[in-house]
Ligand binder design. Structure first.
Ligand SMILES: [Zn+2]
Ligand SMILES: [Zn+2]
Length: 339
């Protein structure tokens, strides 16, 4: 089933025509729990990886042990909690049985866990160009793979990401059993397998990136809307309803939110960078509910078990991780930023 973003509440280019040339297409990925194969685009699914190519490991996280969680415990905890929320419960009774409580507690209490050698990276995303319209692949490639080390890294306390571009047809002998970490730094960094439902939508720059005069006029328009609204009207907000789409996506604009935009440039050549991929734990929330796909409008269950949180990721405790690439060369190292 496709996922469809509802039309934006207003056409912002009619109100502010100078925004029109700043429009960019982003492809919302709409990850939903599933069983992707190496042939599919996915978040948290298996990668189409050549058997003779070493699996990436993190040089900063080398055994013999780390403080963290066992991935199998984390997955078991998620299953137990989802089942517990779904079953009928008499008022005043515990959510979990004593046995379940023991497993859930173990899966949230970091311990010293042996890790043989460097920590193998975790598969985060696999994007086939055939699934993602406009995926900006380097010449001759048609597949992007993203992995990360599931521990916080300096200076941003984000997982260290690794990108691979390849040609899917070149992988004639795929790796059957990729190495997996024995320990992860946080359950937020272990994605559940999700299939994707790519959908191109139009984005405009975050207000922080607009010329000041235009940002002020938009802000005045928002204030006027608020004054004119009746008590239970939802008021359209440029930042949350019209500018940058929330959730996992390819391309588009930077989702500047809690920090002011700062210039970013390639560490190798100084050229500009552009957003390639945004990894987010939530597809919409209270402020960005207008982006909730029509197909998910009926969800009434627990928010964190629902379609908005299918990946179970939570980068930076509720923010998102954006990967940028150099506009001059794909060979230059990518940048990452949390917003
Ligand atoms: Zn690491
Ligand atoms: Zn560069």
């Amino acid at each position: 089933m496709a996922r469809t973003t509802p039309p934006r509440p207003v056409d912002v280019t009619v109100l502010f025509p100078e925004l029109a040339p700043l429009a960019r297409t982003t492809v919302r990925l709409h990850p939903r729990a599933g069983e992707p194969t190496t042939a599919d685009s996915s978040i948290g699914g298996p990668l189409l990886w050549p058997a003779d190519e070493p699996w990436p490991t993190c040089p900063e996280h080398v055994g013999p042990w780390h403080r963290g969680l066992v991935p199998a415990d984390v997955r078991l905890r998620r299953r137990i909690l989802a089942e517990a929320w779904a079953r009928p419960r008499a008022e005043g009774t515990e959510l979990l049985t004593p046995d379940e409580r023991m497993i859930v507690d173990r899966a949230t209490s970091p311990a010293r866990i042996p890790q043989d050698g460097p920590v193998p990276m975790v598969a985060v995303a696999q994007l086939h160009a055939s699934d993602i319209p406009g995926l900006p692949c380097p010449d001759g490639t048609d597949l992007l793979q993203v992995l990360w080390c599931p521990f916080d890294h300096d200076p941003d306390h984000l997982p260290r990401t690794e990108l691979r571009w390849r040609t899917a047809d070149d992988v004639t002998s795929p790796l059957a059993q990729p190495p997996r970490p024995a320990v992860i730094g946080s359950d937020y960094y272990l994605p559940e397998p999700c299939v994707l439902h790519p959908e191109p939508v139009t984005e405009f720059p975050a207000p922080h990136e607009l010329p000041e005069e235009l940002a002020e006029r938009i802000s005045a328009w928002e204030e006027q809307n608020e004054e004119e609204a009746e008590e239970d009207d939802s008021v359209v907000c440029y930042q949350y309803d019209l500018a940058v789409a929330p959730g996992n996506k390819v391309g588009g604009h930077a989702p500047w939110s809690f920090s002011d935009p700062f210039p970013m440039s390639c560490h190798e050549c100084g050229s500009g960078v552009r957003p390639l991929l945004t990894v987010d734990g939530v597809e919409w929330d209270g402020g960005s509910g207008s982006w909730r796909p029509l197909e998910d409008a009926g969800w009434t269950g627990h928010h964190t078990d629902g379609p908005a949180c299918a990946t179970h990721l939570n980068v930076g405790r509720g923010y998102c991780l954006q990967v940028y690439v150099c506009t001059a060369s794909y060979d230059h190292p990518h940048l990452q930023n949390m917003q």
